[in-house]
Write a protein that binds this ligand. Structure first.
Ligand SMILES: [Zn+2]
Length: 325
């Protein structure tokens, strides 16, 4: 009923269940993985399990589990970025109550989403709590960029990285939620790189093929088009509401190239779908370069949730994609 509803992540689930069974929980956990990898789902299950009185927690049926799920559990807190960052004021608001004994459960639990967006004062305030935490308190930090967290925060967390799912696990995830023609399902699984959230999002976008083709055309234009064309392009795209989707599809393309470059495979899954005029099969591209662009795109996706100059960010991205900077 609980952890078995999550596909994959065998070792991670085992580790969490083991510490729950022995009642040996730490004060801070870090779940890292790209957006869509299932961090929030897993964190909620773990939070439910910590306060669930049933034999094999979380049961997801008892009052405690249901209250946690609906966000009404008095011992369960959740911090999300406000205006692009997690501020010290947000921690201050709940800090005092974290030191009180739990009202209903065994633990006080605080999930911090996008923990890489903790401001320095907020991170230091968190550290202070973690230096001498109340016995019942458990923080669960979620991040897609663990390398952006303060090393002092990282060192106090039990860190778990969510692994990409196997194709058959991905197929099971998709089969649960949507019905797709087999070929379409295969492409979505290949594109989403073992990321269940990504696959479901792609499947939900009726026009994913159109958006994906657009990303491929854009990539071709930036890499091979006239150099002075990238500035008006950056300007135009910066005003688009669906910019995150476009960037995500670009990331998928680069990730696919990176995998092919590492494995030395000639026929990319995505390229099988190619339209010949935009053949972007470029196996000569250096792995280090591809990895750099993937990182830049990941970082940009995260920054776009904050208050950044989108045009400027895109200009820098395009220059990097051309290998100029
Ligand atoms: Zn329960």
């Amino acid at each position: 009923m609980g952890f078995e509803t999550i596909f994959g992540q065998k070792m991670l689930k085992k580790a969490l269940q083991h510490s729950l069974a022995r009642e040996e929980t730490g004060h801070a956990y870090l779940f890292s993985g790209p957006p869509g990898s299932g961090k929030k789902t897993l964190a909620l299950l773990f939070a439910q399990a910590l306060n669930c009185p049933e034999a094999d927690p979380p049961c997801r049926r008892c009052l405690s589990c249901r209250k946690s799920e609906s966000g009404n559990h008095p011992d369960f807190y959740r911090l999300r970025p406000q205006g692009g960052s997690l501020k010290i004021e947000q921690l201050r608001e709940i800090k005092e109550s974290l030191y009180y004994l739990p009202v209903e459960g065994k633990h006080k639990i605080c999930i911090i989403e996008d923990a890489e967006l903790l401001t320095a004062p907020a991170a230091n305030s968190l550290l202070k709590i973690l230096e001498e935490p109340p016995a019942s308190l458990v923080f669960i930090l979620l991040t897609s960029r663990p390398w952006s967290l303060l090393p002092t925060v990282l060192s106090r967390c039990a860190s778990f990285n969510l692994k990409p799912l196997e194709p058959q696990e991905m197929a099971a995830v998709l089969a649960q939620k949507v019905k797709l023609p087999p070929q379409e399902q295969e492409i979505i699984i290949a594109l989403s790189g073992g990321n269940p959230g990504q696959a479901l999002e792609q499947a939900a976008q009726g026009d994913w093929r159109k958006k994906f083709t657009e990303a491929r055309t854009l990539l071709h234009t930036v890499e091979h088009g006239p150099a002075d064309g990238i500035f008006p392009l950056a300007e135009e795209l910066s005003n688009r509401d669906d910019l995150p989707v476009l960037l995500n599809n670009m990331l998928l393309l680069y990730r696919d190239r990176l995998v092919c470059s590492l494995e030395g495979c000639a026929g990319e899954v995505i390229i099988k779908e190619k339209d010949e005029s935009h053949n972007i099969n470029t196996p000569h591209l250096h792995t280090v370069f591809l990895e750099k662009i993937c990182r830049v795109l990941l970082q940009l996706q995260s920054e776009l949730r904050g208050n950044v100059n989108r045009r400027l960010c895109l200009e820098v991205l395009f220059l990097q994609m051309r290998g100029v900077i």
